[in-house]
Design a binder for this molecule. Structure first.
Ligand SMILES: NC(=O)c1ccc[n+]([C@@H]2O[C@H](COP(=O)([O-])OP(=O)(O)OC[C@H]3O[C@@H](n4cnc5c(N)ncnc54)[C@H](OP(=O)(O)O)[C@@H]3O)[C@@H](O)[C@H]2O)c1
Length: 294
């Protein structure tokens, strides 16, 4: 059976659809009645639990399970810190996976995970990777770049900005490079691991076939949406200051200072990383967008 933690999120929701369509047996973790009901209605076996509460994970796994651990946050909020979710949450799930002696453990990290990073997100992703690598379980680690597809939060924010603002704001000139990958291509990689876990015991960068600057990403999206607008460079200092004000004022700000700083750094891997590891060429950004952006 495939066990998914994080099945109620963007990536997890697509993975549930993909595996149900293939007739694969699924059990998924859910934290609330609402998400539990939604999963149950789709014929998924639901287990109630929270990765930060080890008691709720007790006896949820079996020796035959393949665990897909997708739980993660991109901004801290209250008790949900990068450390509690990524590090403690992964340690708790790994402990239960070890108790059960599961078949395989796939952990979704992030491109650029680095224990020396200024970013708490990337630092704790690297710490979680280490927990998985030293678990004694059969493991795979994915380090994806931006994953795009229906309901992805990043594209949605950019689309709202393109629709609502009279000009396209580009923080700091938008020169940092990224490597967006389609959710459909991510699913093909995950599907390969699920089908043949012992063939994929390593850490894999998952990125699209192009390095694109933030500016090119915004411009391509605006073009696919058929909106042609003037660009306006926003000095990075102003962007960070605005983010710090929003962070102080709002419980869930649209952008954090850490996220603004991440927009200054390249976040890329080899353009043929997926082809080398999984044997197919992922879609280009524009092609991927055309599948879901109107
Ligand atoms: N999307 C990307 O572009 C991208 C790129 C690189 C890496 N990643 C990584 O991929 C993973 C999935 O990303 P996503 O975009 O699908 O994120 P998402 O939409 O925010 O989903 C996060 C999932 O984690 C669950 N979760 C959060 N805290 C939890 C807790 N304490 N216990 C149990 N479940 C908890 C959420 O459940 P609720 O529904 O209950 O909140 C949700 O199912 C994350 O680890 C992320 O860091 C994503």
């Amino acid at each position: 059976m495939i066990f998914i933690a994080g099945a109620t999120g963007f990536v997890g929701g697509h993975l549930v659809d993909y595996l149900l369509a293939k007739g694969v047996g699924l059990k998924c973790l859910a934290r609330s009645d609402k998400t539990a009901d939604a999963l149950a209605r789709r014929g998924v076996r639901v287990l109630r639990g929270d990765v930060t509460e080890p008691g709720t994970l007790k006896d949820i796994l079996d020796p035959d399970d393949i665990v897909i651990h997708l739980v993660g946050i991109i901004a801290e909020q209250g008790k949900a810190t990068f450390s509690s979710i990524h590090v403690d949450g992964t340690a708790n799930l790994v402990a239960e996976a070890r108790r059960a002696g599961v078949r395989h453990f796939l952990y979704q990290s992030a491109l650029g995970a680095d224990s020396a990073s200024f970013s708490g997100y990337l630092r704790t992703k690297a710490e979680a990777e280490e927990i998985v690598r030293s678990s004694g379980l059969g493991w795979t680690i994915f380090r994806p770049s931006l994953i795009i597809g229906p309901w992805d939060g990043f594209t949605k924010k950019l689309m709202d900005m393109i629709r609502l603002l009279p000009v396209l704001p580009i923080p700091g000139g938008g020169g940092a490079r990224f490597q967006p990958v389609s959710i459909h291509d991510w699913l093909r990689c995950a599907g390969a691991v699920i089908e043949n876990p012992s063939e994929y015991r390593a850490t894999y960068d998952i990125g699209g076939p192009e390095h694109l600057t933030y500016r090119e990403i915004v411009e391509t999206l605006a073009e696919v949406m058929g909106r042609h607008k003037l660009r306006l460079s926003i000095p990075m200092g102003l962007m960070k200051f605005s983010a710090s004000v929003l962070e102080a004022a709002l419980p869930s700000p649209p952008v954090t200072v850490e996220q603004a700083r991440l927009l200054e750094l390249d976040n890329i891997c080899d353009t043929d990383a997926v082809e080398k590891a999984f044997g197919f060429r992922p879609r280009r950004y524009q092609e991927a967008l055309k599948e879901f952006v109107r």
